[in-house]
Design a binder for this molecule. Sequence first.
Ligand code: ADP
Length: 341
Amino acid sequence: DLTNPELESESELAFEGALRPRSLGEFVGQTKVRGQLQLLLTAATMQQRTPDHILLAGPPGLGKTTLAMIVAHEAGRPLRMSSGPAIQHAGDLAAVLSSLVPGEVLFIDEIHRMARSAEEMLYLAMEDFRIDIMVGKGAGATSVPLDLAPFTLVGATTRSGLLPNPLRDRFGFTAHLEFYADSELEQVLERAARLLDLRIDRDAIAEIAGRCRGTPRIANRLLRRVRDYTLVHGRPTDGSEMARADVASVRAALDLYEVDSLGLDRLDRQVMTTMLERFGGGPVGLNTLAVSVGEEAETIEAVVEPFLVRIGLITRTPRGRMATPEGWRHFGLRQPGVGLT
Ligand code: ADP
């Protein structure tokens, strides 16, 4: 699915690696977060200590992994990557923590998916760089304290609200990443086009920016399809090997992959049509909606809803989610009781 903000495949991973900004200076947008991180890193360097633990919160594809890599790079420290789903027992976490080298940056993606028992181990590790390891079983079990090398934890989550308070409180800084403005996405795309050696018109860039769900990952993915399309269908004019991508080729490529004018993905569309057709536009509760589309409430709340609210297709009311007049219009449906006179 071209507009799914989650990472899709191994080949995409390699592609993303090539386009990932390496420094805060190269990282587009998120001005406030960049400034905050810069200050935190500079202060730590001046005092020659490990930077505070950092929590990065926001929908998929907005740059959380990239920022974790940048933090390690800017602080001149090695980086260890892990993820919540990979930490199913306290022992998994103990193995990672006890093998960190001094000053290492530990990135835990989807940190809200970590096992409960590991979470509790992490509290102590974050606070005192120490863990207690259980040795033996049953009545004879004893806990052995183990000192850790000082490290910086960078956690990523699609929703900080899902984290237990004691964990959230142990991060020195929480960055909330926002969807990107069109002008920022244009910068992301221009940079990627340069790296991909793709010549592309300005208005073609703008057309992609408007259809990528405010998400750099999707911007880069759509650019890749436009590049394919231009390679196959474009006609080189000035003796170069590849044609220049223009608005027409962007529209043709994206229409081919059914990316609509707002860049809604399959799940966005499903949520909208369910809300409009089955619930008369709402208000409908989050859980009811989630069950109706067969998706976890967490995903609807963290991934789908923020974007639909941001582009004005739905609103949140005390009684539930409601479609806006714009929501009805985008799906070509008539809002009951409106415009019938
Ligand atoms: P997340 O971890 O939040 O899911 P990633 O950090 O993996 O997102 O970002 C996905 C891709 O989007 C990266 O490979 C990178 O190329 C691109 N990207 C994300 N944020 C930016 C940015 N601010 N500037 C330029 N490219 C970005």
